[in-house]
Design a protein around this ligand. Structure first.
Ligand SMILES: [Fe+2]
Length: 199
């Protein structure tokens, strides 16, 4: 099954700056996604993206909301439309006249699956954080104290153990980190710090 989107333009440039409220985004998520674990994944990526925008990109409130929305909605269609994952949420956001930067960010969150290259910093960071966030969460869940005391070096060790969370592509994680220009260690620490309290 190919998930290639087959296009490289998303949304209408005239909609730049059109966001949705975080409440509306949560409503969409609750309507489309029944699986609590998947919802948590999107909330975690949203929290990490928002924190990165504020702490590393000096984002104002509106820009931070953009990053948060991209994180919160990037897998919104995954459960209902596994064969059309990404295409359906993209079309929904286009219908709602949402800022094309958010739509492009979602379209490029897995370049090897969707065939869309990450361009903006926001694109590159969702690619860097998506798989890594899920991996860090898996590494936390198998510890009795979960995130408490979870160290970067133990996550790195698990990345090097192919049997652990075997479905997570190490190749994608390394490729995404390289494109972000940040080290895996730094990205992992950021993920731990900013998703540990998300529920
Ligand atoms: Fe994801």
């Amino acid at each position: 099954m190919s998930h290639k989107l087959g296009r490289s333009n998303f949304g209408d440039p005239a909609n730049a700056g059109n966001l949705m409220s975080i409440e509306d985004a949560h409503a969409l998520l609750n309507e489309w996604v029944a699986n609590e674990r998947l919802r948590l994944h999107m909330k975690q990526v949203a929290a990490v993206m928002k924190a990165w925008a504020i702490e590393k990109e000096n984002a104002d409130e509106k820009t931070a909301l953009k990053w948060e929305l991209a994180g919160l909605l990037h897998d919104a269609d995954w459960e209902k439309y596994p064969d059309d994952h990404c295409r359906i949420i993209i079309e929904e956001l286009e219908k709602r006249n949402i800022d094309p930067a958010i739509i492009h960010c979602i379209a490029s969150h897995g370049p090897n699956y969707f065939g869309v290259e990450p361009e903006s910093t926001m694109d590159k960071m969702i690619y860097a954080f998506d798989e890594l966030s899920g991996f860090v969460h898996a590494a936390a869940l198998i510890r009795p104290t979960r995130y408490e005391g979870l160290e970067v070096k133990s996550v790195i060790k698990r990345l090097k153990a192919p049997a652990f969370a075997a479905q997570v592509s190490r190749e994608d994680i390394n490729d995404a980190a390289a494109r972000s220009t940040y080290s895996l260690e730094e990205l992992i620490q950021f993920v731990i710090d900013h998703q540990k309290d998300v529920s």
